[in-house]
Design a protein around this ligand. Structure first.
Ligand code: GRG
Length: 294
């Protein structure tokens, strides 16, 4: 199977499970449920759940065990995108080529749709028992996902991002912000695949280091694409970081040095990956993400 076929196979598995577990439409909250579905099914790349499934599989484990973890991570990711687009945050009207959640619906609905996705993520994670994950591994996954999403992870990273926008920052502060805002959830995605596969502490640490470098590379590429991408392919306006006076890798280092930094992080990720078994798919994915166009 080619890299692309395998990637699409993982995406299909995630999408069909997401459809199964989408919130049932309660009469009193139809609009919020629709908004959750709208953003979940708006055509994301599904990189994080693909990481969870492929990590689980690289250790020879039944991929089904990782499905609830993969979906839980995607729920958190999509909720964070909805909140990130709100007028009080990045104020973006377009996401994945379609109106952002608060534009399609309204601001209050978008806030609640994000909240709904965050809490449902943990409900879904706990379905793992039905997929053959034992309770202690489920608790470990829950601990990891909440920490990586919360104040020491994604929420904390967003707080830093907003602080930096007003007060500026140096390269090391921007790196901490990028680690929390973006890499933390990518670390959770990979490590949850490891938890589903029951990996030992040594492999777990390598996975965490791999995902940290991959996540940092991913965010620097995102900063680069904001300058070099096209609105058509990115599905959102280009140059919005500059317009909003964002301090990021490109504004701090310039385009060429930022590209070199993404390459360096990718090399670090690859050197960690080389310590793991059956790494061909992840090796291809890591290189593919460095050269992505959206
Ligand atoms: C309560 C968990 C929680 C979060 C709220 C708003 C916020 C705090 C955090 C924002 C975090 C954020 C949007 C980081 C940017 C990460 C990033 C580069 C997203 C784009 O990811 P892709 O390219 O998106 O994988 P697709 O559209 O493919 O799913």
């Amino acid at each position: 199977m080619s890299f692309k076929e395998k990637y699409n196979m993982y995406v299909d598995m995630v999408n069909s499970e997401l459809k199964n577990i989408l919130p049932s439409t309660h009469t009193m909250s139809t609009r919020v449920c629709e908004a959750m579905k709208y953003s979940l099914m708006a055509g994301g790349k599904r990189i994080r759940p693909v990481l969870t499934l492929s990590v689980c599989e690289m250790f020879g484990c039944d991929i089904q065990k990782a499905i609830p973890f993969a979906c839980a991570v995607e729920f958190i990711h999509v909720g964070s995108l909805i909140h990130d687009d709100l007028p009080c945050m990045d104020d973006d009207d377009l996401r994945r080529g379609q109106p952002s959640c608060h534009i399609k619906y309204d601001e209050a609905t978008a806030v609640l749709a994000g909240d709904g996705l965050f809490f449902s993520a943990f409900e879904i994670l706990l379905l793992a028992k039905k997929f053959g994950v034992n309770e202690s591994d489920m608790l470990k996954a829950c601990d990891l996902l909440s920490k990586m999403s919360g104040i020491d992870g994604m929420v904390g990273g967003q707080v830093m991002d907003m602080f930096i926008e007003k007060n500026g920052a140096d390269e090391s502060m921007v790196e901490v912000m990028q680690q929390r805002k973006t890499a933390a959830l990518i670390q959770a995605a990979c490590c949850l695949g490891g938890v589903a596969a029951g990996v030992n502490d040594n492999y777990f640490e390598i996975l965490n280091n791999y995902a940290l470098s991959l996540g940092l590379a991913f965010q620097v590429c995102d900063d680069v694409l904001d300058v070099t991408g096209t609105e058509n392919i990115l599905g959102k306006p280009v140059g919005s970081d500059i317009e909003e006076n964002k301090v990021n890798s490109v504004s701090l280092l310039g385009l060429e040095k930022a590209k070199m930094k993404a390459k360096k992080y990718t090399e670090n990720a690859i050197s960690e990956l080389n310590k793991l078994p059956n790494n061909q798919f992840l090796m291809n994915l890591t290189k593919f993400l460095l050269n992505r166009d959206h």
